[in-house]
Design a protein around this ligand. Structure first.
Ligand code: T46
Length: 139
């Protein structure tokens, strides 16, 4: 069984003037991008996320500072430190995710393949486990 953490390494193009990092839908992320959001101003002790999405796929990278992302599916719970602008994490649908240990000035960029829809969220952990285990049993 492969791991839950799938990282993408975005290419940074640099010259004497500094760097530029392009991110293109269907090329640098595994979907067409329909939504972009940024998360900032979060203190170290705060936990964000703590939900899964029914259908949305996302990719997240800390474009400043760092944070830890915890991922969980029906089989396993894994964590990864997002600590470089070009280190992007794939967050598939039906994966519980939490963000913790935000560094000062952390800026988390998230790209999604859907528009915002609250009904896509599973925010109840018990319900998430039930649905994930049901999916596994019917596969
Ligand atoms: C996720 C993790 C990584 C909107 O109005 N539009 C949006 O596109 C989003 C993402 C959120 N919102 C509103 C909904 C809430 O009133 O922004 C508020 C904060 O959202 P939430 O509490 O869900 O934020 P996080 O940091 O817990 O989770 C976010 C995303 O919502 C979520 O999809 O995967 O970051």
């Amino acid at each position: 069984m492969s791991g839950l953490v799938e990282l993408l390494e975005w290419k940074m193009r640099g010259d004497a003037r500094g760097w530029l990092m392009p991110v293109e839908g269907d090329r640098d992320v595994p979907f067409e991008i329909r939504r972009v959001y940024l998360i900032g101003g979060t203190n170290r002790g705060i936990v964000r996320g703590a939900h899964a999405h029914r259908v949305t796929s996302q990719v997240a990278a800390c474009i400043n500072g760092s944070c830890t992302m915890i991922l969980e599916d029906e089989h396993r719970r894994e964590s990864v430190r997002l600590d470089a602008q070009n280190k992007a994490l794939v967050i598939p649908p039906m994966v519980w995710h939490e963000m913790r240990d935000f560094s000062p000035e952390c800026l988390l960029l998230v790209l999604a393949d859907t528009l915002y829809d609250e009904s896509d969220y599973i925010r109840d952990y018990g319900l998430f486990r039930q649905l994930a285990e049901h999916d596994r049993d019917t596969r």
